[in-house]
Design a protein around this ligand. Structure first.
Ligand code: ZN
Ligand code: ZN
Length: 383
């Protein structure tokens, strides 16, 4: 491992960690990235999908283009680490390690620009707003692939629950879709002592929450995977008054469009019919936020080969378990071949803070490992 590169990447990552920016506000991050990439000799385009950056470098006469993606956004989390490079923006934090992803991509870009060991074009895509599933679509709507064509696309996510410095991936579905739902139940509120004079929407909500759990248990094929989670409930009641209005929100995860459709259909039917039986009104809305991330077999093979070349065979798991969390990269893989991998960051003997935790920290040796991994993909595919 290049010590010099690690020192450099660590410094960049600390800077980014100190200055987190959330969805579509990654102005300073994009500026930092654009300046570095231009310094390395890349042709840089900014403002793609609002705050996204695309940087391209061609070497030799090869016609093929490999894309490498890093997400740039932070989260609205109050950092609780005592790190010397902790967030300087109160209430915002790189708790998902996207500062590390950006730095890793910068590292790969620098390695490739310095060594020029490729024949063709490499493009680095720095995307905004991954956390809420909006950034990839925003770049696509801005003509990402028409303006900057890519033959194969690769990305990674750090994973503090997997062993340090290991790359895990699988062919096919690796991360789930995410859909969000909102159920508004309107009844008739009133005095808590006289429920018979009203139509209590809170009791109906309780019935609905339990009934929704039967969708996965009784309607989804046991071979398929799905999750239905009600996550919030709001009422306009007070301690001694039955509410007139209850709103339940939540999310669902799955891997197949037909399962997504089944979830929506069954949930809608249960909500509407339970409300009808209880003579209250129901407004059910359901939206698709993230597509499932489905790795392409041929690109999975490439990713695994590159990982083995860089890390050694024993640190690569090519049959990883899929995760039910979601990833904006799924939108891209619907359109172009590619592969997404996890890079393990669990320190031995240390209980890891998970992603999105206020004490999460990035395993910095992984910055160079990830950079070498991306550079190796480009070397392998642009010969
Ligand atoms: Zn995240
Ligand atoms: Zn993330």
């Amino acid at each position: 491992m290049s010590k010099e590169l690690l020192v450099q990447l660590t410094e960049w990552r600390h800077y980014l960690h100190e200055h987190p920016e959330t969805a579509f506000e990654e102005v300073n991050t994009a500026k930092f990235v654009a300046e570095k990439m231009a310094e390395f000799g890349y042709e840089v385009a900014t403002g793609i999908g609002k705050t996204g950056v695309v940087a391209s470098l061609t070497n030799g006469t090869g016609k093929k283009t490999i894309g490498i993606r890093a997400d740039m956004d932070a989260l609205n989390i109050l950092e609780q680490t005592d790190l010397p490079y902790a967030s300087k923006t109160k209430g915002k934090m790189h708790a998902c390690g996207h500062d590390g992803h950006v730095t890793t991509a910068l590292g790969a870009a620098k390695i490739l620009a310095d060594t020029k060991e490729f024949n063709g074009t490499v493009r680095f895509i720095f995307q905004p707003a991954e956390e809420h599933g909006k950034g990839a679509l925003s770049m696509l709507e801005d003509g990402l692939f028409e303006r900057f064509p890519i033959d194969e696309f690769y990305g990674l996510h750090n994973m503090p629950t997997l062993p340090e410095g290991e790359i895990h991936s699988k062919s096919g579905p690796i991360m789930a879709s995410e859909d969000n739902f909102r159920i508004e139940i309107k009844g008739v509120g009133g005095h808590a002592s006289a429920p018979h004079q009203g139509k209590d929407p809170l009791v109906v909500a309780a019935e609905i929450i339990l009934a929704l759990q039967t969708v996965v248990a009784r309607n989804v094929d046991p071979i398929d995977t799905a999750v239905v989670s009600c996550t919030e409930i709001h009422t306009d009641g007070i301690i001694n008054a039955i509410p007139s209005n209850v709103v339940i929100t939540g999310d669902t995860r799955s891997y197949k469009p037909e399962v997504q459709q089944l979830l929506e259909h069954r949930m809608r039917l249960l909500c509407e019919k339970i409300c009808e039986a209880n003579e209250v009104s129901c407004e059910f809305s359901y939206s698709n936020s993230f597509s499932p991330t489905i790795n392409w077999e041929e690109c999975h093979q490439v990713a695994i080969q590159a990982a083995k070349n860089v890390l050694g065979e024993q640190l690569v798991n090519e049959q990883a378990s899929p995760m039910m969390a979601s990833e904006d990269f799924g939108h891209f893989l619907k359109l172009v071949p590619g592969c997404f991998v996890f890079l393990g960051g669990m320190r031995e003997g240390v209980e890891p803070y998970p992603l999105h935790h206020a004490k999460f920290d990035y395993k910095e040796e992984n910055l160079v490992k990830g950079a070498e991994y991306f550079a190796e993909i480009v070397r392998l595919q642009l010969k």
